[in-house]
Design a protein around this ligand. Sequence first.
Ligand code: COA
Length: 254
Amino acid sequence: MTDLIKTRVENGVMFVVMNRADKMNAITQAMYLGMTQAFQQAREDDSVRAVLLAAEGDSFTAGNDIADFMRLGQVDGNLVDSDVFKFLKALADLDKPLVAAVRGRAVGVGLTMLLHCDIVVVAKDAKLSAPFINLALVPEAASTLLMPRVIGHPRAFELFALGETIDGGQAYEWGLANRAVPMAAVEAVARDFAERLAQRAPNAVRQTKRLMRDAEGMWDLMQREGEIFSNQMKSPEALEAFTAFMQKRQPNFG
Ligand code: COA
């Protein structure tokens, strides 16, 4: 497993920690694979009763690594077979409680993955955004259904289409998080949630999560989104957006 994803189990809680702080934890294919393997292990290991997703450094994650997007955009084949989609499937299939500890930036998949977490603790000053359309892409991770369901269509559309940032306090008010706390308290509050969940009757927790989340339906939608995402990723407008990011300039969509 890549050392960019660190895992450990303590008190029935598996910690899955993104560890690429110098790139704001932008997620590479190897990191998706690392998280997929961790979630699979969490499902199979009876001693794991809850999973806590966290990150080293100042940011939760700046989303998918954009250099990886460019590489993937040039490769033939179905994006749905890639490690990103294996990760998304593992996220939908994870039937043990998933707690997220979010400080700093949560961009793109960094925000949409929170829609699959059962408990979300954000820093009040966290910065969350889903700028898929800024990159000439479409939202993924079943967020085209889950985001409007949680925050309503108008807010969800604005978030996606304009790619603007909301803070942790706003995320809490809109129902995207269970708690918004001072940055220094995020990990401890998230850990407390996870440890309390780990003490509950494991099968009752698992069955409740299965009843509340339609893993198969989520995966169907993820694949439909993935097809359109994949086509967009290979488009001239996406190439312009990725190149602009690498060159630290604004894109020009003509
Ligand atoms: N992919 C690859 N590298 C990324 C990255 C990403 N998604 N996000 C940040 N980084 C890298 C930057 O290239 C930079 O690396 P460098 O120091 O080697 O130049 C480093 O992380 C710090 O980022 P920087 O842009 O300098 O920080 P900032 O505070 O000025 O801006 C963001 C923070 C999150 C607003 C900005 O980095 C950004 O827009 N990132 C892209 C987010 C994105 O669009 N993700 C995909 C969503 S679908």
